[in-house]
Design a protein around this ligand. Structure first.
Ligand SMILES: Nc1ncnc2c1ncn2[C@@H]1O[C@H](COP(=O)(O)OP(=O)(O)OP(=O)(O)O)[C@@H](O)[C@H]1O
Length: 256
């Protein structure tokens, strides 16, 4: 596809949970190689939208189109194979595994033999396993955890667990990466390093969508911002445009 086409199209998405309208008629596009910040007060629908994009939730109406293909009806792992990865608000790692093993699990999404081949140790899988270990090591290096490859992930400080989750998400070689509150629980230094990592991820050619409550980080790293409020789209534009938007100030930024 050419770079002028959107990588992701959100088309008139609505999602209700019983009586709660979590998303109402949301439409916007995400162009390749950009960082899009998705902001809004608690309960605005940000995480719900992530879940719709990854195929975890079926929308009540509308569709998500990734790289020209509708996501709906696909299983989560098929959406990952299409090139969509995510990290979670509460870091979700395999606690009993080492750091490198966690990343290797992410790599297996792209292998022929898959995780099962690795477990059963088929001959071809062993060669692939060596290649994957190398790839996982490169990713640990990319996020700065190369000296902690063999530590159990649950023994790592929380900020490093976040970095490890990012490395695992990158292991599936995504074209779009969704990050749900990556700065939550990080201190000021770690948050600044996260900002630099986000730039580096974009330089790899990965498009990013970021849900984040840390406004200074979001405004700094995002090329565009979409603002949700109570399931509706309140505004979209550059960080500068959104910060000057009165409705946004009233609904969100004014409350900071
Ligand atoms: N699985 C669910 N079942 C029922 N209601 C849900 C479910 N998931 C979300 N909701 C409701 O949908 C609305 C949007 O929630 P969502 O978690 O998407 O908001 P958010 O913008 O991510 O909030 P936060 O910033 O607090 O994480 C809320 O009213 C929430 O209670």
């Amino acid at each position: 596809m050419t770079n002028s086409q959107p990588l992701l199209k959100i088309e008139k998405i609505s999602k209700a949970f019983g009586g709660v309208q979590a998303l109402s008629d949301i439409s916007f596009e995400v162009n390749p190689d950009m960082v899009l910040g998705l902001i809004g007060p608690n309960g605005a629908g940000k995480t719900t939208l992530f879940n719709v994009i990854t195929g975890a939730y079926v929308p009540s109406r509308g569709q998500v189109v990734f790289d020209g293909r509708p996501v709906q009806g696909k299983k989560i792992h098929d959406v990952v194979r299409l090139g969509v990865a995510r990290t979670f608000q509460n870091v979700e790692l395999f606690d009993s595994m080492t750091a490198i093993e966690n990343v290797m699990v992410g790599c297996h999404v792209r292998t022929k033999s898959g995780v099962w081949g690795a477990i059963t140790r088929l001959p071809g899988a062993r060669r692939e396993e060596r290649r994957i270990r190398e790839q996982a090591m490169n990713l640990l290096e990319f996020v700065g955890l190369e000296n902690h490859a063999d530590r159990k992930s649950s023994d790592l400080p929380f900020g490093w667990q976040r970095l490890l989750e990012i490395a695992r998400a990158l292991a599936s070689e995504p074209r779009l990466m969704l990050m749900d509150e990556p700065a939550a629980g990080l201190n000021a230094v770690e948050t600044r390093q996260l900002g630099e990592l986000i730039y580096k991820i974009r330089e790899r050619g990965v498009t990013l969508m970021l849900v984040e409550h840390d406004m200074s980080l979001t405004m700094k790293v995002s090329d565009r911002i979409v603002v949700l409020d109570r399931g509706r789209m309140l505004a979209q534009g550059t960080p500068r445009e959104v910060q000057a938007d009165e409705a946004v100030m009233a609904a969100y930024l004014g409350k900071q």
